[in-house]
Design a protein around this ligand. Structure first.
Ligand code: MSP
Length: 497
């Protein structure tokens, strides 16, 4: 049997709109974890993709005058282009319109019809077409949809139900026995209370929605978008109850589903119950992160305060964005994105602290060090101290405490900056050239450590650093080049001419 890969997923993003910084956040988090594990020689499978069915998507395609599939092709390609720009190194991009996924969903539906976990019933009550969800009267707020605050329709239709109620006890038992399943822990209680308050069977088919996966044995029904989309985690790994692919055993169970807090319930309640019904193992962890607001406001199209990752990248580079989102806010909690905060951190942490440190040392190393990379400076106290931090930094990344990892790394950066200030290597040039060489050896090695640490967060910067950290004078004796700054300083908006 092949070795089990560490299987990481992101949610599948809706294609009713262009990607923004919130979507990028989840995908970047998965990428940081994936890159870190790969660097430790752990085989990884990282899957992301797009959620393409449902009446909302059908509606927007109609408004734009294109066929639904053509619309999905366009936005799905936008997502892939953005991931490329952000240096996201996924292994598989799944679309819910992929034929193998659709076949898997159909087969699951038939299987659960056979086992009785899905049954035909009828539904009467409020329905929100934006959520594509049925509501209970008491869930409405002032008679409006609790999410969209829009009027709901009263519908009466036949629908298939998934027997969610049957899994209440099994779910609660699972949460108790696997305390890390719902992470972070402070978000788990809400889910546990929800399950404890009693689960009702959920509707999993629609007769009104034509843009969806048809129920094979009753084509007047399409599968509810969430039931369809959640299955991607299994179908994307080769699962189909009628014909499971060979890779599934090496991938399943998923190790972590990264999700935003608003979809924690789908992943913490409905999805595991679906897996129980299918007799599949449950994922090891669902990790729910918080939400970004923009200058204190919810990001929304109507407010026009969407921050597009492309715009930030164009001005500051990819790595600055990758750094900021994980340094500014503890992963798991909500945070606020503002360009002022971004510029401040860019100038202080990146241009000043890391960028200046790197060019100060490398410009001298290029002049005064030989080409050969010297042995590790085991005698250097600073190098020994910093090296001993590696396990802690790794643990922080593996437990999704990304800001802790970055904070620790920047502590290292500031220790090195202080060391340069205290030792004044530019004076040593005249007073003690041998000591200068030793000092540069030591600091070059410390910078190699820093480059390795930041690699999952800032892969481009790490490779630019690594490229220069291997060398002093060029082989052929050409004069050393001045090191271009890693992060050119940006002027404050207020001071711009
Ligand atoms: N299609 C569903 C998920 C199905 S998974 C089987 C969906 N899609 S979505 O396009 O709305 O994107 C959801 C994800 O984008 C959220 O879970 C979250 O990870 C991310 N974010 C969207 N806006 C966000 C913020 N403002 N802040 C942080 N992340 C947010 O839900």
């Amino acid at each position: 049997m092949k070795t089990k890969k560490y299987y990481i997923t992101t949610p599948l993003y809706y294609v009713n709109d262009k990607p923004h910084i919130g979507h990028a956040y989840t995908t970047l988090a998965a990428d940081v974890l994936a890159r870190h594990l790969r660097s430790r020689d752990i085989p990884v499978r990282f899957q992301t993709g797009t959620d393409e069915h449902g009446s909302n998507i059908e509606k927007i395609a109609k408004e734009k005058g294109v066929a639904p599939k053509a619309w999905c092709d366009g936005i799905s390609a936008d997502f892939r282009a953005l991931w490329k720009m952000l240096n996201i190194n996924y292994d598989h991009f799944i679309r819910t319109t992929d034929p193998s996924h659709e076949a898997g969903v159909q087969a699951v539906f038939e299987r659960l019809l056979k086992t009785g976990d899905i049954y035909m019933g009828s539904y009467e009550g409020p329905y929100c077409s934006s959520c594509e969800a049925f509501y209970d009267e008491k869930e409405l707020k002032d008679n409006l949809c609790p999410i969209h605050a829009r009027p709901v329709e009263r519908v009466s239709e036949e629908t298939y139900f998934f027997r969610l109620s049957k899994y209440e006890d099994a779910l609660l038992k699972h949460y108790t026995e696997h305390p890390d399943f719902l992470s972070p822990r402070y978000r788990a209680q809400e889910i546990i209370n929800f399950v404890k308050s009693g689960l009702k069977d959920i509707s999993v088919s629609r007769t009104k929605v034509s843009w969806g996966v048809q129920v094979r044995s009753n084509p007047s029904h399409t599968v509810y978008v969430w039931f369809d989309a959640l299955l991607n985690y299994a179908t994307g790994a080769g699962y189909n109850p009628e014909n499971t692919g060979p890779d599934f055993a090496a991938l399943w169970p998923a190790d972590v589903h990264m999700v935003g807090k608003e979809i924690f319930r789908f992943h913490g309640v409905i999805w595991p119950a679906m897996l129980m019904a299918l007799g599949l193992e449950l994922p090891r962890k669902v990790y729910a992160h918080g939400w970004w607001t923009i200058n204190g406001d919810k990001m929304s199209k109507s407010k026009g305060n969407f921050i597009k990752a492309e715009d930030v990248v164009r001005e500051y580079g990819v790595d600055a964005l990758r750094y900021f989102v994980f340094r500014e806010v503890t992963f798991g909690q909500d945070g606020d994105f503002s360009m002022e905060a971004f510029r401040r951190r860019y100038n202080s942490d990146l241009a000043n602290d890391l960028g200046n440190l790197f060019s100060r040392i490398m410009n001298m190393a290029a002049k005064y060090l030989d080409n050969r990379l010297p042995e590790k400076p085991e005698a250097s106290e600073t190098f020994r101290e910093l090296s001993s931090w590696t396990p802690e930094i790794h643990r922080s990344i593996e437990s999704m405490q990304f800001s802790d990892a970055l904070e620790k790394i920047w502590q290292g950066v500031s220790i090195l900056n202080r060391l340069v200030d205290a030792k004044k290597p530019w004076e040593m040039v005249k007073t003690d050239p041998a000591a200068l060489k030793l000092f540069l050896h030591e600091t070059v090695w410390c910078l190699r450590l820093i480059a390795a640490w930041i690699d999952p967060f800032m892969p481009d910067t790490a490779s630019r650093m690594h490229l220069q950290l291997g060398v002093g004078k060029a082989q052929d004796g050409t004069p050393p080049q001045k090191v271009p700054p890693l992060f050119p300083r940006k002027q404050d908006e207020a001071k711009k001419p």
